[in-house]
Design a protein around this ligand. Structure first.
Ligand SMILES: Cc1cc2nc3c(=O)[nH]c(=O)nc-3n(C[C@H](O)[C@H](O)[C@H](O)COP(=O)(O)O)c2cc1C
Length: 188
């Protein structure tokens, strides 16, 4: 198989194009963030990398709080819009008809139509170059109740989450395995 060599670039895909909410229920802002991920299980830690010129940057730096909301494929247009327009001149939640609910652990609101919301408190800030990374502890998780099965287990297959890969949005495809299935013994 022949390959082409490129210089280093930010080509990790797919990633979640998260709707990050910040500020307060009364004065909210939302921006789209694709540079995010999990960095530790216990304590549960995440990061978002935000350019200092974003309107949200100062809000997050000053409040030390934000919420990572995972959007559905049906929200793709809203996700793109919140990543194109600045909240400096527009209330994006109102414009996009997004219902906001209070966070339980942070002052930043959660987005009702997103099936999963991670409430985050910043622990460290690191300027990396174009982006500054906010390292944060996930201090609370809000999940849509309809996604829980009879045993209370989360079934994300029903969530219809949105993915982002190299400038394009995708609906998640079919399931092709689960954690540990390659080594699991079949039940007799
Ligand atoms: C799919 C997508 C992913 C994005 N990811 C990031 C990101 O990881 N970090 C960032 O600073 N901006 C990112 N942006 C751009 C911001 O969301 C955009 O500049 C937004 O308008 C900032 O809003 P604000 O000025 O209200 O904070 C992304 C935009 C899109 C469409």
């Amino acid at each position: 198989m022949s390959k082409v060599s490129w210089k280093g670039s930010a080509l990790l895909a797919p990633v979640p194009p998260a709707l990050v909410s910040c500020g307060t229920l009364e004065q909210p802002n939302i921006l789209t963030v694709a540079w995010t991920g999990i960095v530790c299980t216990h304590p549960p830690m995440t990061y978002i990398s935000v350019r200092p010129e974003r309107f949200s940057y100062r809000i997050i730096a000053e409040s030390g709080e934000f919420v990572i909301n995972l959007p559905t494929a049906s929200m793709a247009k809203t996700v793109d819009f919140c990543g194109m327009k600045t909240g400096a001149k527009l209330n994006k939640a109102q414009h996009c008809h997004l219902e906001l609910l209070p966070g339980e652990q942070v002052a930043a609101p959660i987005i009702a139509s997103c099936p999963v919301s991670l409430e985050c408190r910043v622990t460290e800030q690191k300027a990396l170059g174009t982006h500054t990374m906010f390292l944060a502890e996930i201090v609370g998780v809000q999940v849509e109740e309809r996604l829980l099965d009879s045993k209370g287990k989360l079934d994300l297959r029903q969530a219809g989450l949105l993915a982002y890969a190299h400038g394009e949005y995708f609906a998640l495809g079919r399931k092709c395995g689960d954690f540990g299935y390659s080594v699991r013994r079949k039940k007799k």
